[in-house]
Write a protein that binds this ligand. Structure first.
Ligand SMILES: N[C@@H](CCC(=O)N[C@@H](CS)C(=O)NCC(=O)O)C(=O)O
Length: 245
């Protein structure tokens, strides 16, 4: 059994990709909290591992040459773990290209666009000086996320998984789609996605990965006003425009 992989983690969409992959692949791991609401992502010791000031990151004490290796960016971590385990990332070049294109689609399209839609729906109303001006941004990201859901729904027509067998492309995408109701999306409009969400969500390893580190974060509704203000500052570098509870 290899030495545990240390995961620098907070229970969020990008963090769950890594814990789901580790659970699926059977690697032992430990979690080190990076509380992004308290600004841990900006701590110098963490930035040495993750120069982009974002979690997740990992340290594998048993890297490719037997020496420790650190990796940031969820996509790079999934590719590394797929190569290391020889699982969920096929070696056949055609099958591999299939997985990679859908992984990149998640990393460059669905992920950032969902993130922006979430920002303009949930955080921007607290931060913007004039919340009435948010309509354009909301419409723009709502339209784009719906378009991307349409692409995924089409892709899943007649398929159980996104790219051939169950793969790291599914692991990257699933955490970003489970929050569809927060994005005010009607999943009933995307029946193939709904079935795929259930199919992937029924996997015990996915459930364990999704539950990892749940105790690191209190529900936002349970934190104090002062903690909320500090978290907005840590995440977006600005104070709430209007004091809200
Ligand atoms: N492209 C990065 C994005 C990572 C990312 O955005 N992580 C978020 C949590 S899901 C974060 O660390 N946010 C802290 C912040 O915005 O300051 C990846 O895929 O790993």
């Amino acid at each position: 059994m290899s030495a545990p992989i240390e995961v620098f983690f907070f229970p969020t969409v990008n963090g769950w990709k890594v814990t789901i992959a580790l659970e699926e692949m059977g690697f032992p791991y430990t979690l080190t909290s990076v509380n992004i609401r308290a600004g841990d992502q900006h701590r110098p010791d963490f930035v040495k591992l993750s120069p982009n000031h974002r979690m997740p990151a990992i340290i594998d004490p048993d890297g490719p040459d037997g020496k420790p290796i650190s990796i940031f960016e969820s996509g790079a971590i999934l590719l590394y773990l797929g190569r290391k385990s020889g699982q969920f990332y096929p070696e056949d070049p055609r099958a591999r290209a299939e997985v990679e294109q859908w992984l990149m689609w998640q990393l460059s399209g669905l992920g950032p666009m969902t993130g922006q839609l979430g920002h303009f729906l949930i955080y921007a109303p607290l931060l913007a000086e004039n919340p009435d001006q948010l309509t354009y941004a909301r419409d723009r990201y709502d339209r784009e996320v719906k378009r991307l859901y349409g692409v995924l729904n089409e892709r899943l027509e007649g398929r159980d998984f996104i790219a051939g067998d169950y793969s790291i492309a599914d692991m990257a995408t699933w955490p970003f789609v489970i929050g569809h109701s927060f994005m005010k999306l009607d999943i009933g409009e995307f029946p193939n996605i709904k079935h795929w969400l259930d199919r992937v969500g029924a996997r015990p390893a996915v459930q364990r990965g999704r539950a990892a580190g749940a105790d690191f974060a209190a529900q936002t509704s349970q934190i104090s006003v002062a903690e909320k203000a500090a978290s907005l500052k840590a995440l977006f570098g600005r104070e709430a425009a209007v004091a809200k509870t």
